[in-house]
Design a protein around this ligand. Structure first.
Ligand code: ADP
Length: 543
């Protein structure tokens, strides 16, 4: 562009103009050629035109004057400078007109306040010098310039007015420059941030409050096959079809969309493995962690998600589950057969047994039962992890179910001298709709643990109702659980203070299964416990 090109030559133009002004002024002032004295009018006008040109040139190509008011003030100031300089230099043709006016005007338009003040100083010195040493000379230029003090005073006034009226302009100019610098810095930082985000190995994308994608990094492009420019501004729902284990699309519902969960709760959510189809239809298995983005005031303005490709991990996990499932299946038949033979022996179908034989067979029978229990648990887990647990929901009363389950443990509790009771709820409990057998498994697991880990006192089951759910509490007065163990309690094979499957009783799978079953029903399970004082396990189910 033309203006850009001209800006490029700004320095050269400035130097040329200054040279022209100085040489011309020097010629007029110091060369005693009669012809020049005669042509003073022409020369003065020439210099004035140069100055005007400079002024217009800068005004057009470096439009610093932002508002009409500022332009008006500056224009009036310049008019006053011209008028005052004409007056004090004698006339438009006076030698002092260009000498005083041109440098002042050029300095103010071109170089700013500092240059203006320096020029002013030089001029004042010049007038003093002239008045002292060339008084005659000076008088011959101007009949008005009788006393140098008057001239200096006038010049200072004009300069002050000029400076004040342009001060605002210079202030804005400085501000503008600062803003430009800040903008440059910001854009540099933004580019740096973008480069960092682009280079992160995991897929990262961010959405605004309307779920529109505002950031999509290279790894996300690679994972999904979509290009950033194709997805920007579209909602994540349009682009991704993340499906959970059960094959349900989680993006389409507010209750399962991670970004919306973040907006509602201001918490971080992780989910995975999720199945996502890339742009070309190929399937990738991902895990997604979504965190809310807050502005400086703490208001949520969007959410950022990190996507990890877990296809390989998921494949290995699947192989492991398949393997466990296969082995458990294969083992169940022979172990069940052993159980059959052992019970035949115990029932005396093969004739009488000595006390010692009976004791050994009873022990073999108990161990065999435990093996079967473990196998059942492993099969259960395989089913849960493969998403193959089919729920058959029916309507039933949790209180009734708890009573039934507790009845099954009354003998075990009595043997240990423990009191086992199901407390009648103070208010009537609504019926719930769930898979009765699965919830019975959960209850049985909690009851058996409570009795197993309690030496004296008792176990009590109680109920509570909230607006949306029923909460069941299984409280015991047993050994309790140390705080540091609580968070690992519901994970696979975890047993407090023991390696998995070492002790004869328990596998460390019960609570993991209970948690999975409760969560499959849309409920939650948690525990409150104090070591040595007892524990209370809670689970909630939606009404
Ligand atoms: P298991 O009972 O087969 O070991 P669980 O998953 O049911 O496996 O329980 C895991 C561990 O949690 C138990 O080994 C025990 O250490 C602890 N635990 C569970 N319930 C209780 C309880 N009511 N009181 C104390 N500890 C418990």
């Amino acid at each position: 562009m033309e203006i850009e090109r001209l800006k490029h030559y700004r320095r050269q133009v400035e130097v040329a103009i200054w040279l022209l002004i100085i040489i011309t002024a020097a010629v007029i002032r110091f060369v005693p050629i009669p012809v020049i004295v005669q042509n003073q009018v022409i020369l003065t006008n020439l210099i004035a035109t140069t100055a005007a040109f400079t002024f217009v040139y800068y005004r057009l190509f470096f439009p610093r004057f932002e508002s009409a008011a500022m332009t008006l003030v500056t224009t009036i100031t310049f008019a006053l400078i011209v008028a005052a300089t004409v007056h004090f230099s004698g006339s438009l043709t006076g030698v002092f007109f260009p000498l005083l006016f041109v440098p002042l005007m050029v300095s103010v338009t071109m170089l700013g306040a500092e240059a203006f003040l320096i020029i002013l100083g030089v001029e004042i010195a010049f007038i003093i010098f002239e008045t002292y040493f060339f008084q005659l000379d000076l008088l011959s230029f101007s009949s008005y310039r009788r006393h140098y003090l008057t001239n200096i005073g006038a010049l200072v006034l004009v300069a002050l007015f000029c400076y004040l009226s342009t001060a605002e302009f210079f202030r804005r100019e400085a501000e503008r420059r600062k803003i430009e610098e800040l903008a440059d810095e910001l854009s540099r930082r933004k580019k740096q941030d973008e480069a960092i985000l682009r280079s992160i190995g995991d897929g990262v994308f961010a959405v605004d409050k309307d779920l529109k994608i505002v950031l999509f990094n290279k790894a996300a492009e690679k994972l999904t096959g979509w290009k950033a420019k194709e997805v920007m501004g579209k909602t994540c729902r349009e682009i991704f079809q993340f499906k959970d284990q059960k094959g349900e699309v989680i993006c389409s519902k507010a209750s399962t969309c991670l970004a919306q969960k973040c907006f509602r709760t201001e918490r971080v959510f992780s989910q995975g493995p999720l199945r996502a189809s890339g742009k070309d239809g190929s399937e990738v298995i991902l895990s997604e962690t979504t965190s809310p983005i807050k502005d400086q005031r703490g208001v949520i303005i969007g959410a950022v998600s990190v996507l990890k490709d877990v296809s390989e991990r998921s494949r290995l996990e699947e192989m492991k589950v398949d393997f466990v499932s296969l082995v458990s299946h294969q083992l169940r038949t022979p172990i069940s057969a052993v159980k059959g033979y052992l019970s035949s022996l115990l029932e005396g179908r093969t004739g009488g047994l000595t006390e010692e034989q009976k004791l050994y067979i009873e022990r073999a029978f108990t161990s065999n039962e435990r093996q079967l229990e473990i196998i059942e648990s492993l099969l259960n887990i395989s089913r849960i992890e493969k998403g193959k647990v089919e729920l058959t929901p029916v309507e039933f009363s949790l209180v009734e179910l708890a009573k039934e389950a507790a009845a099954g443990f009354s003998k075990m509790a009595a043997e240990k001298g423990l009191e086992l009771k199901v407390l009648e709820p103070a208010e009537e409990m609504p019926k719930i709709r769930a898979d009765r057998e699965r919830i019975r498994e959960v209850l049985e697991n909690l009851l058996s643990n409570a009795i197993k880990f309690t030496q004296e006192g008792g176990v009590a089951v109680s109920f509570e109702k909230t607006k949306t759910e029923v909460v069941v509490a299984v409280a015991d007065t047993g050994v309790g659980i140390p705080t540091e163990a609580i968070e690992k309690l519901f994970t696979k094979f975890y047993r407090v203070g023991q390696a998995p499957m070492t002790e004869s009783e328990g596998t460390g799978l019960g609570l993991y299964i209970a948690k999975s079953l409760v969560e499959l029903h849309g409920g939650k399970i948690w525990v409150e416990s104090e070591a040595g004082k007892g524990s209370t396990f809670y689970f909630s189910l939606p009404i």
